[in-house]
Design a protein around this ligand. Structure first.
Ligand code: KG4
Ligand code: ZN
Length: 338
């Protein structure tokens, strides 16, 4: 009988210090996330220096907790995977250096991974991936349609030309004086309002799978300012509902079109905005009639940043023979396609 494969994942690209351990690529045996959201809230966004400091303070505690939860020692690990990019350089460096220290001290193989590949592979903790597939990646920093014909092979067929979906959510939330991160608050308000405010949808050129959210974001901000100048009050619930409908409409329409054109077997939803209830409901409804395409939506805990997803992609890359050496460095602009 072959031994179980145990892979550790380390994630520190933004404001979560996370360590997880997974068994045989798909089973979570430890999953620890220390969120710093409370520390960044009063600044209305992530402050890079504060993020780095918190990662330094938390990383050893989170690592020890993950090892304790799994009931193993470092020696039992087959490999350590760590997010090498993209993200905040000072934040990434903490995870990368922790991973290198453990790999060196215990002579364990090291595998650097792409953060967005991690978000996509969060879905492999839900179900086995079937190729070809399409991933709709919607996070705070990225909005992309990624085509995969096999494990570890990522082709970006569409991406945002300006703001990411999550970024637009957070900026609109700030205009409505909602706390950071604003996505969940807009989502909640949207369900209490009606989409009666006419807002634009950027479809871009015929056939393009790219996205653009800055025009929509500006339209929302203008609507609020114009109302203020006229001494009127916009009902925040209605504005949230209208904004959410514009975003979801474009994401769902383009995902369905791409899934049909590329004849994929699965569509995976990935990234922090995948936690959005409106998006989850609309995607489920749109793919329901397409019985030969399986839609996979991860549970909320695997949508926002975590390290189980980093271990999930690390497991596949480790099996494919990818190894990083001790010169591994943080790469804030890392490309998913190489
Ligand atoms: O993937 P993620 O945790 O971090 C990045 O890699 O960027 O995504 C964070 C983003 C934030 O912009 C946050 O507002 C958004 O995900 N988000 C949501 C929801 N939950 C989190 N956006 C809309 N609706 C939600 N329910
Ligand atoms: Zn993320």
């Amino acid at each position: 009988m072959s031994k179980d494969q145990l892979i550790m994942g380390i994630e520190t690209s933004c404001d979560e210090t996370a360590v997880a351990i997974i068994k045989n690529g798909r089973e979570i045996v430890a999953n620890v996330v220390a969120s710093q959201i409370e520390s960044h809230k009063r600044f209305g966004g992530v402050v890079p220096e504060i993020a780095s400091r918190h990662h330094v303070e938390q990383i050893t505690i989170v690592l020890e907790e993950a090892i304790r939860q799994a009931g193993i020692t470092f020696k039992d690990l087959d490999a350590i995977s760590v997010t090498e990019g993209p993200g905040l350089v000072g934040a990434l460096l903490i995870g990368v250096n922790a991973a290198k220290a453990i790999a060196f001290a215990h002579n364990i193989p090291l595998v650097g991974v792409h953060h967005i590949a991690g978000h996509i592979y969060a879905n492999r903790l839900v179900t086995e991936l079937r190729f070809p597939l399409l991933a709709l990646v919607v996070s705070g920093g990225h909005t992309e349609l990624v085509y995969m014909k096999e494990h570890g092979d990522f082709v970006v067929i569409g991406e945002t030309r300006d703001d990411a979906a999550g970024e637009a959510y957070d900026k609109v939330a700030r205009t409505l004086n909602l706390p950071y991160p604003g996505g969940p608050h807009i989502d909640r308000l949207a369900h209490e309002g009606e989409p009666i405010i006419d807002l634009p949808r950027a479809w871009l050129e015929e056939g393009s799978y790219d996205f653009s959210f800055s025009g929509l974001k500006s339209a929302v901000i203008n609507a609020v300012h114009n109302a203020e100048q006229r001494g009127e009050v916009i009902v925040p619930e209605n504005l949230a509902a209208s904004f959410q409908q514009s975003v979801v409409d474009v994401l769902v329409t383009k995902a369905v079109k791409a899934a049909k054109e590329y004849e994929v077997k699965q569509v995976l939803l990935a990234g922090g905005v995948a936690a959005n209830k409106g998006l989850r409901t609309a995607l489920t409804a749109a793919f329901q009639p397409l019985s030969d395409i399986e839609l996979v939506i991860p549970p909320l805990s695997l949508c926002t940043d975590n390290a189980a997803m980093i271990a999930a992609v690390g497991s596949i890359l480790y099996e494919k023979g990818k190894r990083s050496d001790l010169s591994l460095n943080a790469n804030p602009g890392l490309d998913i396609t190489i």
